[in-house]
Design a protein around this ligand. Structure first.
Ligand SMILES: Cc1cc2nc3c(=O)[nH]c(=O)nc-3n(C[C@H](O)[C@H](O)[C@H](O)COP(=O)(O)OP(=O)(O)OC[C@H]3O[C@@H](n4cnc5c(N)ncnc54)[C@H](O)[C@@H]3O)c2cc1C
Length: 424
């Protein structure tokens, strides 16, 4: 049986592993920490705008496990996020990790935790094995890089003042290292407005019990409360610095959501504790991770140049998903992971990759991104189905629809019902 080796057990890696396993390959999933689900353990918001359509397409194509998992731990439904107002829900971020671990293990995937890949073995443009920190090697036929944005303490220090999407335990478990990086595939960084590599974004996690009771009650009842920031504390320069991934509403307000274990300032730029405590409701607040809250993460560095099938350019048998494939967000990571894993298995079985037609939102999106990323201008963009230029396109082309029956018909007409659940 051909073997697919996936490195990185965030949502993209778990999606890739599930897809490759269902296609009939033997799958080994390596993760440097003792957890799966990656940074999604502090995400929470998903399904917004175009994600709703794509998640349903995946369900009809037979790749719905992780979308269903998030739905099953839904904490707040129809949450009116200012920039993703339709269909958004918040899942309980505290319940995600054990649930995803259970799903991956139940599928029969061999999961190697605390197994950090540190290098690869290669023959020409083909990777033949990954080398693990403990000195062992994991050989395979096809490989999937789901290691997220390239990180490491060095990059944190050089490009920003936080962790590089390592979120928790980053120092304890060692730096992120990607297959594509080590194998010499093509990489690029998203640039900030001033040309500095890496996209800076932020979210502040706060202990719910340290909020004023009315505010804690408010987020637990409604999911989200917009708390106005006093004018003297609003700093629009931060928006420029962050590359404006969010609108100014996220600077003028604290967009505070309940994600289960903690309250999360969505899209919230670091604010010194002394200033934060001057805001109504935050007088005694404590931040969960003061270190990472200071420009919480630097993302979108060391991304692999890849095609619409998620195959990394410059390498013959390496696919990539999630942040590594420039598909950030909970939905984007999951979707690109499934596609990468399925196509890795197809390659392992000597089959052509699956062409997702442009009549499907996900087919159009992946093809669109692959085209846009060929240009220097396109590479700086953070393309996703919930916001910005692609969400606009989705509405203009009619690919966005709230009609689940219509989404099902499109998948049927494309002849792709259950395609991701069938053995090859
Ligand atoms: C604080 C925060 C809040 C967010 N909030 C939201 C939100 O509300 N909604 C939303 O849609 N998106 C959100 N995002 C973005 C979204 O969570 C991510 O884009 C997505 O989860 C990334 O998934 P991934 O699988 O690509 O990468 P990751 O989740 O980063 O997973 C990569 C995995 O690879 C492992 N790894 C790395 N190198 C190695 C190696 N050498 N060997 C073995 N393992 C390795 C890492 O330990 C990690 O587990 C948020 C991100 C952050 C950081």
């Amino acid at each position: 049986m051909p073997r697919v080796v996936v490195v990185g057990a965030g949502l993209s890696g778990c999606g890739a592993a599930l897809a490759a396993q269902k296609a009939g390959a033997e799958v080994v999933l390596l993760e440097r920490t003792d957890m799966v689900a990656g940074v999604a353990i502090r995400a929470g918001e998903t399904n917004g705008n175009g994600n709703f359509v794509c998640a349903h397409e995946f369900r009809f194509m037979g790749g719905g496990e992780l979308f269903d998992a998030m739905e099953s731990i839904k904490l707040h439904d129809h949450v009116p996020f200012p920039d993703a107002a339709l269909h958004s829900f918040i899942y309980n971020a505290g319940l995600l990790e054990p649930l995803v671990k259970k799903i991956v293990l139940a599928a029969g995937i061999k999961v190697l935790l605390e197994s950090r890949m540190v290098n690869v073995k290669k023959e020409g443009r083909r990777v033949t094995a990954v080398k693990v920190e403990d000195g062992s090697e994991v050989p395979g036929d096809v490989f999937v890089d789901c290691t997220g944005s390239r990180g490491g303490v060095a990059a944190c220090n050089k490009y920003g003042k936080g962790c590089v999407m390592c979120l928790v335990k980053c120092f304890a478990f060692g730096d992120r290292i990607g297959i594509v990086d080590k194998a010499g595939g093509e990489l690029y960084d998203r640039l900030r407005a001033d040309g500095t590599p890496g996209y800076l974004s932020s979210a502040m996690m706060m202990f719910k019990d340290t909020l004023a009771p009315w505010l804690k009650k408010g987020i637990e009842e409604k999911g989200l409360v917009m708390v106005p920031v006093p004018k003297e504390l609003v700093d629009y320069d931060k928006l420029k610095l962050m590359g404006a991934s969010r609108s100014k509403e996220f600077i003028e307000n604290i967009c505070l959501g309940d994600i289960g274990p903690v309250a999360k300032g969505f899209g919230m730029v670091y604010m010194e504790l002394a200033k934060l405590r001057r805001i109504n409701g935050f007088e005694n607040v404590q931040v969960e991770d003061p270190r990472s809250a200071r420009y919480n993460f630097i993302g979108h560095t060391g991304m692999a140049v890849r095609d619409q099938f998620m195959k990394a350019e410059g390498l013959d048998n390496v696919f990539c998903g999630g942040e590594k494939a420039s598909q950030g967000s909970v939905g984007g990571a999951t979707m690109s992971g499934y596609v990468a894993g399925h196509n890795a298995a197809r390659m392992a079985f000597g089959k052509e990759p699956l062409l997702l037609p442009r009549s499907l939102a996900i087919g159009d999106f992946f093809a669109y991104v692959a085209e846009r990323k060929k240009t220097a201008e396109g590479r700086v963009l953070n393309l996703n189905v919930a916001r910005g230029e692609y969400w606009k396109r989705m509405q203009e082309t009619g690919l966005y629809t709230a009609d689940v029956g219509r989404i099902k018909r499109r998948v049927e007409e494309a002849g792709l019902m259950g395609v991701l659940a069938k053995k090859l």
